[in-house]
Design a protein around this ligand. Structure first.
Ligand code: NAD
Ligand code: UD1
Length: 332
């Protein structure tokens, strides 16, 4: 298939590009490079021996989208492009609605105009209403608690409306849990600018000495060791989930929703201890107060993706910690 990856130069998109090229799909990356670097194309080529096609552009620009769809043959779109920082979305909600929501409206309009009717959307576990009942299935009640999450939820609703209006669309909503880790080559990975908010990037910066100590946000949650529990998934497992979703689209699946998680919950201390075990004792931590808005525990029920996509996360927590650190050492 000829697959367009909006936001394909970013963290999850670049790993997915590798997976798709290795499965002999053609890949076109469309990205405004607001949170990524053009040199990712060289790295993808180094790993796969193939260079993805690249078009610089913005999903908020109808003109950029029109040029893209006029000039390229596209069978399916994986829509990664968007902003993803929860705190920033609280401070700048309109920027998030414009980029994530409006950008998706324009993309879908252009797709419809060109009769491109296959889309996979990067959604998030954040669309579920906070709950203490785990594992979380796709049927759980929805209800995001911040502007970023609401952009994801509203886009999901819009895609459902679009499908209801035109059943010749195939729409796959993938709800990612907590993606971490990097490609085993150490060439691709996650490199957030500024001080990271998320756990693994913060740990990596402590390990390389760029930050002094990790604050563990709370050790009095009702979890196995008192620290927060999440479903961390290796980014290459996530990438293979997208390749399976493409196979599903080739079967004309209609509208489908899948959690992409491992089904296993690890605590903050599990992550720190495993990181220190596989990479040497590099990460010091201290217990700090809980972070506002954090839940004690959530992890996916991954059964539906296992059964219907024939997909299962295969990498271990050790793989996630080892690859994340390798990338940080090479690129941080
Ligand atoms: P990322 O920031 O690394 O990648 C997003 C890419 O989109 C970047 O390359 C950026 O330059 C590009 N982009 C942003 N706005 C654009 C625009 N208007 N036009 C064109 N390109 C634009 O993020 P990621 O971690 O790879 O996330 C990819 C998608 O997955 C996002 O939609 C994100 O919300 C979603 N998601 C991510 C996580 C996570 O933890 N990383 C979890 C759940 C869902
Ligand atoms: C956050 C986002 C979520 C997004 C996800 C991406 C919030 C409220 N949610 O989820 O929308 O999809 O990132 O992966 O921001 N922790 C520490 N110290 C740190 C950083 C984190 O102890 O310095 C703990 C947190 O309290 C939490 C766990 O580590 O228990 C994971 O945190 P994080 O990586 O930020 O992910 P989430 O909060 O699950």
């Amino acid at each position: 298939m000829n697959i367009l990856l909006t936001g394909g130069a970013g963290y999850i998109g670049s790993h997915t590009a590798v997976e798709l090229l290795q499965k002999n799909h053609s890949v076109i990356i469309f990205d405004n490079l607001s949170n990524s670097d053009i040199n990712v194309l060289d790295k993808i080529e180094k790993i796969t021996g193939k260079r993805p096609d690249f078009v610089k552009g913005d999903v908020r620009s109808r003109e950029d989208l029109q040029k893209l769809f006029d000039s390229k043959k596209i069978d399916c779109v994986i829509h990664f492009a968007g902003l993803k920082a929860v705190g920033e979305s609280v401070a700048e909600p309109l920027m998030y609605y414009e980029n994530n929501f409006n950008g998706t409206v324009y993309l879908l309009q252009e797709m419809k105009k060109h009769n491109v009717k296959n889309i996979i959307f990067s959604s998030s576990a954040t669309v579920y209403k906070p709950t203490d009942k785990n594992p979380i299935t796709e049927e759980y009640e929805l209800g995001a608690s911040n502007p970023y999450g609401r952009t994801k939820l509203f886009i999901e609703e819009m895609l459902k409306d679009l499908y209801a209006s035109d059943k010749s669309f195939n729409v796959v909503l993938l709800r990612y849990f907590n993606p971490i880790g990097a490609h085993s080559s150490g060439l691709l990975g996650e490199n957030p600018s500024g001080i990271p908010n998320n756990l693994m990037p913060y740990i990596c910066r402590v390990a390389t000495g760029k930050l002094e100590i990790l604050s563990v946000f709370g050790n009095d949650y009702p979890t196995k060791d008192g620290t927060g529990v999440r479903d961390y998934i290796h980014v290459m497992d996530l990438a293979s989930g997208h390749a399976k979703a493409i196979d599903k689209i080739e079967e004309n699946c209609g509208l489908a929703v899948y959690n992409l998680g491992t089904g296993i919950g690890y605590s903050v201390l599990d992550i720190v201890n495993t990181f220190n075990k596989v990479n040497g004792n590099l990460v010091k931590y201290k217990i700090a107060p809980r972070r506002d808005g954090d839940l004690a525990e959530y992890y996916a029920c991954a059964k539906k993706a296992n059964d219907e996509l024939g997909w299962k996360a295969e990498k271990t927590l050790e793989d996630m910690c080892r690859s994340a650190y390798l990338y940080e050492k090479n690129n941080g």
